[in-house]
Design a binder for this molecule. Structure first.
Ligand code: GLN
Length: 237
């Protein structure tokens, strides 16, 4: 009896201490090349980066794939420890969560049908039907331009489909995923715009200072030792 009891205790302790070594990381795998599904597996630049961070800080990374607008609420309610999702650090989001140092600089771009010549900058979106993804920074950006007929979609693939089928005139998206979509979908092109630079960072629930510091230290090492550059070459060349 005693033996069984100690075995049970041993297992419980094992599970508890193991639990402390796991970081649950939320993402939305619809944002290639940062996070996407390949043969049912979540892969991408962000996924490799966060696994390297996990290695450095001695934590096992478990990825959870949820909707983009569910990510920060899940952090706030402690259902997740971290979020890595090509997420731009914005003043609005910083009211609710903390961010690590940034790890990538991006821009918004416009995607239009190849034959379009009327859309050349943000101003020319006036009077046009423009697809955005709900809650993305591109959504916010378009909201600030008067006279645009903004149409919100739940995901980038949904918005791209609306564009290729002619339901909308243009779409706004972050530069790197836009690049991979125009390769996959023929007949589209990118219009670069004069938009503010955006910085991607890892989000953490408010007040977890030690965790943020350890992530920043790991990111710094990953950059210094050249691992970061290798990932950039792998996913962006
Ligand atoms: N960078 C954009 C944002 O933070 C889009 C992110 C994403 O779609 N994963 O809103």
């Amino acid at each position: 009896m005693k033996k069984i009891l100690s075995l049970v205790l041993f297992c419980i302790m094992g599970v508890l201490s193991f639990g402390n070594d796991v970081l649950y990381v939320g993402t939305n795998a619809e944002f290639a090349p940062f996070e996407y599904l390949e043969n049912g597996e979540i892969v991408g630049f962000d996924i490799e980066l966060i696994n390297k961070v996990g290695e450095k800080i001695g934590k096992e990374i478990k990825i959870k794939n949820i909707t983009f607008d569910g990510l920060l609420p899940a952090l706030q309610t402690n259902k997740l420890d971290l979020v890595i999702a090509g997420m731009t650090m914005t003043a609005e989001r910083e009211k609710f969560v903390d961010f690590s140092d940034d790890y990538f600089v991006a821009n918004q771009v416009i995607i239009v049908p190849e034959k379009d010549s009327s859309i050349v900058n943000l101003d020319s979106l006036k009077g046009k039907k423009v697809a955005v993804v709900l809650g993305y920074t591109g959504d916010l950006m378009v909201s600030k331009i008067e006279g645009v007929d903004k149409v919100q979609y739940n995901s980038a693939p949904g918005a791209i489909m609306a564009l290729t089928s002619g339901k909308v005139d243009a779409m706004i998206l972050d530069s790197a995923p836009a690049g991979s979509y125009i390769v996959q979908n023929k007949g589209l092109k990118i219009v670069k715009i004069d938009a503010e630079e955006e910085k991607y960072a890892i989000a953490v629930a408010k007040g977890k200072k030690e965790l943020v510091e350890s992530i920043n230290k790991a990111l710094k090492e990953i950059k210094e030792e050249g691992t970061y550059d290798k990932l950039i070459i792998k996913y962006f060349n």
